[in-house]
Design a protein around this ligand. Structure first.
Ligand SMILES: [Zn+2]
Length: 332
């Protein structure tokens, strides 16, 4: 899997499934994208979301075969979907086979944490003491220490060539199927796990011979509690936003404060990251607004269609009644 194919598909799935209905509402959490540019439009986002919703009831994660078959149905529904209008957006029809494979993988990975009987679920967590929010992974029921959480999967593409936001990086472990120590971008729900300096309750584990990672608990996690890992002491530099470090209420949001207090040698990197992060948020918000508007129009159209269908049915019913009265109905 090439990073240039995987990153856009990860973004497409995350935005489609998890973008808020109203991104302008205060406290609404717009998911951050891994890619620096999102090259799909509102209709594509809605198509993915609708196709996923249509097949969600068939996504039984206790039966792997039927679960994967339901995901395949989402993929084929997206490929078959007719193009919307004359615009340049070909939606999922124009995607290469590689991208469709990545899309299918992302749908299957995120579909698991959305399923009702999964071990963990995706939720929105407060970042330390700041007002900043982000996604987090939460236990549905209590999870004992030493449990591998297979539902929280992460996978790395085979290269690190496509530009990305640096929000989610991981190194290849010895024994995996890529060159040991190389940096990769992490895809999948595992990347939503948040950091704690001391009170973490899980670690990342890798699967030998594959490109996959999972979470494994190091302490028992209570029902509804967040699963958290330690990214490493140097990840956030001197100003760590985690709740172990920042306990003062109203602490500054994550990156701006880190940029101010990071060592001078690190500042250019922090600033670059911060700028990227800001532009990413703006871009995602534009996308989300586009998404919202398109979805609203979609709902209006389908409501209109439903009303029209009802009207036609009523008319047919009336005609049939009249026909049976006059004895010319085909049924008699
Ligand atoms: Zn910390």
């Amino acid at each position: 899997m090439a990073s240039s194919d995987c990153i856009p598909m990860e973004d497409l799935v995350v935005l489609s499934l998890f973008a808020p209905a109203d991104p302008t509402r205060s406290g609404a959490h717009v998911p951050q994208t891994l890619g620096l540019a999102v090259d799909f439009s509102g209709p594509s986002l809605i198509a993915v979301r609708d196709a996923f919703e249509d097949h969600k009831s068939d996504m039984d994660i206790s039966r792997a075969g039927s679960y994967l078959a339901a995901i395949k149905k989402v993929r084929s529904a997206l490929v078959r979907r007719p193009q919307d209008g004359p615009g340049p957006d070909r939606g999922c029809r124009g995607l290469s086979r590689e991208r469709l494979d990545c899309l299918e993988w992302c749908l299957s990975a995120y579909g698991v944490v959305v399923a009702r009987d999964s071990a963990v679920r995706l939720g929105v967590a407060r970042m330390g003491a700041s007002s900043e929010k982000g996604f987090g992974i939460f236990a549905r029921d209590a999870i004992p220490a030493g449990t591998t959480i297979w539902d929280a999967i992460g996978v790395m593409p085979g290269d690190n060539r496509a530009s990305h936001s640096d929000l989610s990086a991981i190194r290849v472990a010895a024994g995996q199927n890529q060159s040991t120590g190389a940096e990769r971008v992490l895809l999948g729900p595992l990347r939503m796990l948040n950091h704690r300096c001391r009170s973490f309750n899980a670690v990342f584990v890798y699967e030998e011979g594959t490109s996959a990672f999972f979470a494994q608990t190091t302490a028992s996690v209570g029902a509804g509690e967040e699963v958290v890992v330690n990214y490493g002491s140097d990840w956030f530099g001197e100003t760590c936003p985690c709740s172990d470090c920042s306990t003062a209420p109203g602490a500054s949001p994550l990156l701006p404060s880190a940029a101010r207090s990071a060592p001078a040698t690190m500042r250019p990197a922090w600033n670059a990251l911060d700028e990227r992060r800001v532009s990413l948020t703006v871009r995602t918000q534009e996308k989300a607004a586009d998404f919202l508007e398109n979805r609203r129009l979609g709902y209006e159209n389908s409501a209109g269609e439903r009303a029209e269908k009802k009207r036609r049915k009523r008319m047919e019913g009336r005609k049939r009644k009249q026909a049976s009265k006059t004895g010319t109905s085909k049924l008699t």
